[in-house]
Design a protein around this ligand. Structure first.
Ligand SMILES: NC(=O)C1=CN([C@@H]2O[C@H](COP(=O)(O)OP(=O)(O)OC[C@H]3O[C@@H](n4cnc5c(N)ncnc54)[C@H](O)[C@@H]3O)[C@@H](O)[C@H]2O)C=CC1
Ligand SMILES: O=C(O)[C@@H]1CCC=N1
Length: 278
């Protein structure tokens, strides 16, 4: 499979790490980015071919992964438009796979001259260690083979969840796309509490990290549902009860739910604002 990445930043690097030499040889991956330092790093690590601007190698790819910030997506589509038009004229329609937050497939399609073979995805940063999860939705012009190719690309860095309706991708963005930041925020708070209670930074870090990874793994592996696991930690009148009662009194759960909804609303708003271009 020949894959071209438009944008060679954090998320592209995570995907390339999962793909190069596994799903496809590094030499079959082409990366376009105006930043020479990012390109050189990717070229050295994975043997990918690189370019500062999109050219022939992009037009020749079977999959174009759009991995730039949402704010530059319109400009990038205008650079890709002639290459896709040439591919179409030659009887090919490469799959366009976007990982950008907020950008709607209908806008990508319009910016790309009515192009229909588009898969919109929302990965997350644990993809960097092969533990990502990605929500995905396919436009009507995507073939079964292209859908499978998109799934393979994202499965190279974790799990995939297919959606039947693009409007749900804002919820995915809010839950799992932004989600790692919420977890890191909670870890930071636990570490700060550990230090305020007299533990060293190193001890607080070790305790918080092991608690998070251990509890998350237990939740995945246990036959018990998560609320039951929580109850098993919570002795009546004990320490956990004191902590959870304090959290309830502070409205922590309601605040988390409101925060996730704010992220979903921002995703929708970004889509509407950026979609107005072009
Ligand atoms: N960071 C995250 O947690 C997640 C990010 N995303 C999405 O992934 C996309 C990329 O995000 P990151 O990798 O974090 O950003 P990044 O800033 O690390 O990478 C973006 C890259 O695009 C390059 N670029 C800028 N203009 C370009 C152009 N005209 N042509 C080619 N490349 C160009 C930049 O030089 C940069 O290397 C964004 O749309 C974001 O919404 C999706 C899921 C999670
Ligand atoms: O914060 C953002 O907009 C991106 C999308 C999901 C994670 N980071």
């Amino acid at each position: 499979m020949k894959i071209a990445f438009i944008g060679g930043g954090n998320m592209a690097a995570a995907l390339i790490a999962g793909l190069a030499g596994k799903l496809t040889p590094g030499g079959n991956i082409h990366v376009v980015d105006p930043n020479p330092a990012s390109l050189e790093k990717l070229r050295q690590e994975y043997g990918v071919t690189v370019a500062g601007v999109a050219g022939e190698a992009v037009g020749a790819a079977e999959v174009l992964v759009l991995a730039v910030k949402p704010q530059v997506m319109h400009e990038v589509t205008q650079q890709l438009l002639p290459l896709l038009q040439a591919a179409r004229a030659a009887g090919r329609s490469p799959l366009v796979l976007s990982i950008a937050a907020g950008i709607r497939a209908q806008d990508l399609s319009r910016w790309l001259g009515g192009y229909q073979a588009i898969v919109r995805t929302m990965p997350n940063t644990p993809a960097l260690i092969g533990k990502g999860v990605t929500g995905m939705v396919a436009s009507s012009g995507v073939s079964t083979a292209q859908r499978e190719a998109a799934d393979q690309i994202l499965r190279a860095v974790g799990e995939t969840v297919w959606l039947d309706d693009e409007s749900k991708i804002d919820a995915v963005t809010a839950v799992s796309g932004s989600g790692p930041a919420y977890v890191f925020y909670f870890i930071e708070a636990m570490q700060q509490a550990a230090q305020e209670l007299g533990l060293t930074a190193e001890q607080g870090k070790q305790l918080a990290m092991a608690t998070f990874t251990g509890a998350a793994q237990l939740a995945v592996e246990s036959a018990d549902p998560v609320p039951v696991l929580r109850e098993k930690v919570t002795s009546k009148g004990g320490t956990t009860y004191a902590a959870l009662t304090s959290m309830e009194a502070s409205g922590v759960k309601a605040a988390i739910i409101a925060a996730v909804k704010a992220a979903a609303a921002r995703g929708k708003e970004l889509g509407e604002q950026l979609g107005a271009a072009g």
